[in-house]
Design a binder for this molecule. Structure first.
Ligand SMILES: [Zn+2]
Length: 259
């Protein structure tokens, strides 16, 4: 049994890998395990392993967790340490009319949040293939988990990362999947959501141009759009998010994994 990495921060994801026991006369059954009250979803890879990507919610208490893994008659315990991390807080002052939405905008943003939620809660067959790549080669301008306090009262948590980039910088699919959404959203502007299967989604916002259509199958590295500043953005950048089984996770923890 292999756990990578063995220590994580809240908001990261980790990899759990179990070798299939070929000495057992039974055909291999998918292992059974649970983390933070949620069942872990395994898939079988070509090299006779069961693999799971496990999300650690940003609100998870820092401590050592035991994961009991049952595979056929075998039972093993894996240990994962969630380390404490103090996410930075940023105070932002904006004209009040940019913070308080009109009734129409509020209605629209609520409707779009529900649409996103319904897409991001799907669980389809796995399409991703091996490791994930970054959507652009540019540096980050804003980290995951930053708490923003706008005009001293409106709090929000940055549930993705921001990549620097001039308008027109190419944006690539981080792995293979299907375009689950291609819409102009109030906050996200031109937004693409790719469904990679098994409840894993990548989200790309503020694009200046779309280069895919809804329902299209995309492959890893394919151009899906261009960086822009559509929607609520103060300048051109790519807001990028990863959602895994209903949990927003730090994309950087996914890019580090060797799959
Ligand atoms: Zn962002």
């Amino acid at each position: 049994m292999e756990l990578a990495p063995k220590e994580v921060f809240p908001g990261d994801l980790f990899l759990l890998k179990i070798k299939i026991d070929r000495s057992s006369p039974d055909s291999p059954d998918s292992p059974n395990a649970e983390f933070a009250g949620k069942m872990i979803d395994f898939y079988q890879d070509a090299a006779d392993h069961f693999i799971a990507l496990v999300p650690v919610d940003i609100d998870t208490s820092p401590k050592k967790y035991n994961i009991k893994v049952k595979s056929g008659k075998n039972e093993k315990i894996a240990h994962i340490r969630v380390k404490p991390y103090k996410f930075p807080t940023k105070k932002i002052t904006l004209p009040e009319e940019q913070v308080v939405l009109s009734a129409g905008d509020l209605e629209r943003s609520k409707r779009e949040a529900e649409l996103l939620e319904s897409i991001l809660s799907r669980n389809t067959e796995r399409v991703w293939n091996r490791s994930f790549i970054k959507p652009t080669d540019t540096a980050l301008s804003e980290m995951f988990g930053v708490k923003r306090i706008m005009n001293e009262k409106h709090n929000s948590v940055h549930r993705g990362v921001d990549y620097k980039g001039r308008t027109g910088t190419p944006v690539k699919a981080v792995n293979s999947g299907t375009v689950a959404l291609k819409e102009d959203l109030f906050f996200g502007g031109n937004t693409v959501v790719i469904d990679h299967g098994m409840g894993l989604f990548s989200i790309y916002m503020h694009l200046s141009e779309f280069h895919v259509s809804a329902g299209e199958t995309v492959s890893k590295g394919q151009l899906i759009g261009l960086v822009g500043m559509t929607g609520r953005a103060s300048g051109p950048h790519l807001h990028f998010g990863i959602k895994l089984q209903g949990v927003n996770v730090n994309p950087e923890s996914l890019f580090k994994l060797e799959l």
